[in-house]
Design a protein around this ligand. Sequence first.
Ligand code: TEU
Length: 538
Amino acid sequence: DKDKDWWKGAVIYQIYPRSYQDSDGDGVGDLAGIVQRLPYIASLGVDAVWISPFFTSPMKDFGYDVSNYCDVDPMFGTLADFDALIATAHQNGLKVMIDLVLSHTSDQHPWFQESRKNAQNDKSSWYVWADAKEDGTPPNNWLSIFGGSAWQWSGEREQYFLHNFLSSQPDLNFWEPDVQQALLDVAKFWLERGVDGFRLDTINFYMHDKQLRSNPPLPRDQRNSTIAPSVNPYNHQIHLYSKNQPENLEFLRKLRAVMEPYNAAAVGEVGDAQRGLEILGEYTAGGDLMQMCYAFEFLTSARPDAAEIARVMGEVDKRAADGWACWAFSNHDVIRHASRWDTSDAALRAMTTLMMCLRGSACIYQGEELGLHEADVAYEDLQDPYGIEFWPEFKGRDGCRTPMVWEPSNSNGGFSTADKPWLPVSSAHTQMSVAVQEDDPEALIHHYRRAIALRNANPALAKGEHDGVKADGSVVYFTRSLDGERIFCAFNLGEDAAGVALPSGSWTAIAQDLGGADVPVGDTLTLGPWQVFVATAP
Ligand code: TEU
């Protein structure tokens, strides 16, 4: 069924609503602003948008702390604005995925306000409460991703509550059936309003070990030694008991059953430095769970070389053979890849073409189509609590969240008429704005369009299987196939020319407009620095 399968191989454009387009001049982006820009997004050729949270929130974690799941924060607009967004997106041929943050709420959510009062009220078991140990310390050693213990004392209830992120993001108790039902009702509310799918925040954190056993320490040689424990104590534990519980799957099955009648698709976020792809495999297997999981492999590291890409794809084949990954190079949590990779324009282009040829779906983060690099945000302008806490060892996530740039002339790059937007527009970015690049046929934005068009024109690239991703020196290569059509893809991810054997077949090159090579005479293909080769055979 074509409509049920829309997510498979889809290209999804991620919008961070605070920073996309401000329509009312208050310095913060909003839903009406997104509506204005939907034709632009459609012009990129993408299938769907994923909109980061716009629900009612005190914005301690900029919307990932929800105080009302079924309304729009006034800062972003109204439910009527959202309805208009859905209608306009659909008119433009775009699916809409919203970002449901079900693992935790804001401490301002009425459920928590009630729950924290005492152990008797009817929401008392909706969050994870536990007594202090005899010496007053937290019930176990679980750690928060944003630093310190995952337990926060409540003087009101005289118990600790669990938070995997900020202490203002108390963790919902998924062992409580009423909590599960309330969250399934939230999903249904938005499906009834017309959304086509969900990006589901931190799905592997939903359940916790009921016995609250302490996590074992991570062996020294498996820790990421480049992250200081003061910045991220998180990689010093194997999170055996605080996440990845098998019962998560039961809840995800219920959620999928709610989505099924709507042909809705989910991409689940499963962050786990040690077992990410294994969990991705577990959570996307069998057809009754998540359609896709969001993979971190290319998000947090240096630019992957040919061998690393072959390794990661081999892991997916091993651990998630009947599952489906969703790849991304950048998002609202990590340093933009144009900076993180510290690489050339030619390399960015080859990697973009590669992402459009890899088995999996793909997310593009707003502004990456312009090649935006991480913005420099001064300490005085920081907004992200994670950055404020750990500056300067870790500068937080503001540098990838500065506003989108539309025009060079306006000092806020066409983002906002406010004197001072919530985060400053990078002056280096305005010269790379959409209007500038639209007028320049050589600009990166056109490369993105062509790479996406290549995938759209060739179903084997979007939905096909592959025969294993191999690396030979700086070249990574593989064959995708679907319904008898084969597409051979090779990428030279290096500064020197390199050769690779062409598999037998009568090949027709199809990526010349992406700087791709022509079919060679003979059976050895020689690729220039960062050159690609994509070719079909019946
Ligand atoms: O992020 C979850 C998150 O922090 C992971 O990226 C984490 O680094 C990984 O699981 C570690 O192994 C999501 C949102 O994207 C982020 O913006 C929120 O702050 C966070 O959840 C809390 O809701």
